[in-house]
Design a protein around this ligand. Sequence first.
Ligand SMILES: *[C@@H]1O[C@H](CO)[C@@H](O)[C@H](O)[C@H]1NC(C)=O
Length: 336
Amino acid sequence: MNPVVSVLFLFFLATLNNKVLSIRTVSSGTCDPTNQPDPLSFRWDQITVLINGYSEHRIPLLQSIAATYSASPLVSSVLVLWGNPSTPTEILSQLSRNLSLSSSLGTASIFLVRQSTSSLNARFIPRSSIRTHAVLICDDDVEIDRESFEFAFRVWQSNSDRLIGTFVRSHDVDLSRREWIYTVHPDKYSIVLTKFMILKSTYLWRYTCGGGAAMAETRRMVEEMRNCEDILMNFVVAEETNAGPVMVGAERVRDWGDARNENDHGGEGLGSRISEVGLSSRRGEHRKRRGRCIREFHRVLGRMPLRYSYGKVVDSVGEQGLCQKGAKLVFCDQYK
Ligand SMILES: *[C@@H]1O[C@H](CO)[C@@H](O)[C@H](O)[C@H]1NC(C)=O
């Protein structure tokens, strides 16, 4: 095929895709404020769910997760962000049909969005279809029960500036090497993972469009390392709020483990199923890479905005609230 013909052919394919999948591509006007819907018109009582999809073999799980969210009256819409550019169109058309069938059974519509890039930054693009103040960012391999999801959303409603999540990690200082590291602490945390993260939709704008040259450089790092978009979002929100995230307990969480996190701890203390596939050396490698991200973000941004939080909010008999104690969040009964 000569080059002109093959370009036309690709263009034809792209056009076809657009029809079948109602793709919303990221336009160059993403950060143009006049393209944004007016936040005053956004709803507080519902949430938009953004599920990242990448692996074709996880499509059945993805469909079940999307259907669960779509059935909740608290969900405004579900966007499945497909980030794998090499998935055949035929599979995506089928998925799209399957998802619209699930949509018709639930209360919220499900849309399949084929990302024009595999960049991890794309999951934080402020999309004009988002018309709620709350956004749930999650992966296609984490199943959470509906009650816990709705509880987490209620926790967000009373802490709408904070990051809310169920999977947490920490930054720390390695004193001997005098450098920032990525780790897990038993009693505190400063990072929420995108396995399940609720945040205010304006933070998508801050991440994608704000922060000038330094933020642009950190977004480039995320793209190059194909990792750490979650850590960077934690930097963005901590910088804005000068506070750590809020961990919410979940009744039933299943973490099937994704390529980036399967060698990491998963939802410790949350009764989740932890993938045992990873070898400890790979887990160590994963942590090292994440530590490098923290150091690089710190270097480029010129400060360390991450703050620790303590305790988690749980929905149970004898429910414990979180109370502010100085700069810390503690269980209210410890506060007395
Ligand atoms: C769509 O649903 C059909 C019927 O349940 C199933 O066999 C198929 O694997 C699904 N395909 C995709 C891509 O979702």
